[in-house]
Design a protein around this ligand. Sequence first.
Ligand code: PXG
Length: 462
Amino acid sequence: MSSEQRFEIDDLRRADAGHHLHPFTDAKELNRQGTRVIVKADGVYIWDAEGHKLLDAMAGLWCVNIGYGRKELAQAAYQQMQQLPYYNSFFQCTTPPAIELAEVLAKLAPSHINHVFFTGSGSESNDTIVRMVRRYWDLLGEPQKTVIISRNNAYHGSTMAAASLGGMKFMHAQGGLPLPGFVHIDQPYWYAEGGDRDPVTFGLEVAQQLEQKILELGLDRVAAFIGEPIQGAGGVIIPPESYWPEVQRICDKYGILLIVDEVICGFGRTGKWFGSDYYGIKPDFMPIAKGLSSGYLPIGGVMVGDRVSQVLIDKCGEFAHGFTYSGHPVAAAVALANLKILREEGIVDTVADQTGPYLQQRWAELAEHPLVGEARGVGFLGALELVKDKAKREFYPKLGKVGGLCRDLAIENGLVMRAVGDTMIISPPLIASEAHIDELVEKVRLCLDQTLQGIPKLNFDE
Ligand code: PXG
């Protein structure tokens, strides 16, 4: 695409409204407003078809870790497409990029994780895990161990099994979910649900719900627990420090499998390669996607720990599962180029030692704003709780009104920031500099001021 390319926005919007069904979108509402058409990007910025420049503080959808416009990834795709655009990994075949990527991932992952099963997305990764978990227990002579325990307000994808793993009530309300075999406990969301308990006590209590649920269902039925190290789509929910050690203890005590969803936290988002490294947890499975290719091409995978991979390898025979695009050579080549940049440019360490602490320091300053009840973050993740009463941790009525206003103002101010209810969230590209962080924080502050001014005009009765 040349930078001079012109877009007929009205034609594009008409065609979009006529033929394109968008994900997680109210189509009637969107078609009334007209979609925002993004036409180019560079570094931490994106541009829409009308020429507006926006600082993309969401890194696309939590994925463009190395930032936009890296020619090395385009080159890797171009070369691999000329050499071999496609071949599969079925029927005793595979391709060099898939092999090399598996080896690189095994080196990056915690030392007890040495295998990967490739998929096309995070959702496919989680569906794959459900099948692997069930197969694992079946092979060990416990086929009745099928239940996976997850958390309310978790997000693990949109396919039937992944949405069942997830704990989004509004998703379950459509299509008769969750499927049988998926059970949810409370999330470690202290700010909204901790009441008057201190965070450490609350973290322990919600972790111990796992133990109670195992005992209630019967250990003979419970196969695994799944959680994101930090919930992303749920609102950048950072568990109290007591939470993950207690979950690990319970999984170890009862021998159930631990699935740590790294789709957002993986590849540097927390300042470590994986959220599991950040929290010192030892997963049996890590679903990965997004930052694996920085979103340049769709690719995901399931990192499988030795405990499970040895059983699958030794006892399974054919594991009857796979995707046309498992280990796609072009996507794998792009992922390799992405990981090379992350490693050679020291991007993960920079997030850990320099820009991450700087972002967190600047982000924490926003807690002084009259609208902000809490400013929290880890690495390159951040959240602001917009509240009516800071002391009582009380939200405005009709969650989403104030957040929605703030998000819309952000767009007007040249910033992509998301609202989950009244929680504003960010997940910027990992290459954002201190100057970008300053720009981000100043824009957020302006949005907060304007939101505060706009609240009296909101109709909370609608
Ligand atoms: N696990 C986690 C933790 C995710 O965040 C998935 C799995 C599914 O990945 P795929 O590649 O199938 O989309 C995700 C995806 C949002 C939002 O609104 C977040 C995601 C996807 C769509 C919207 O924040 N995360």
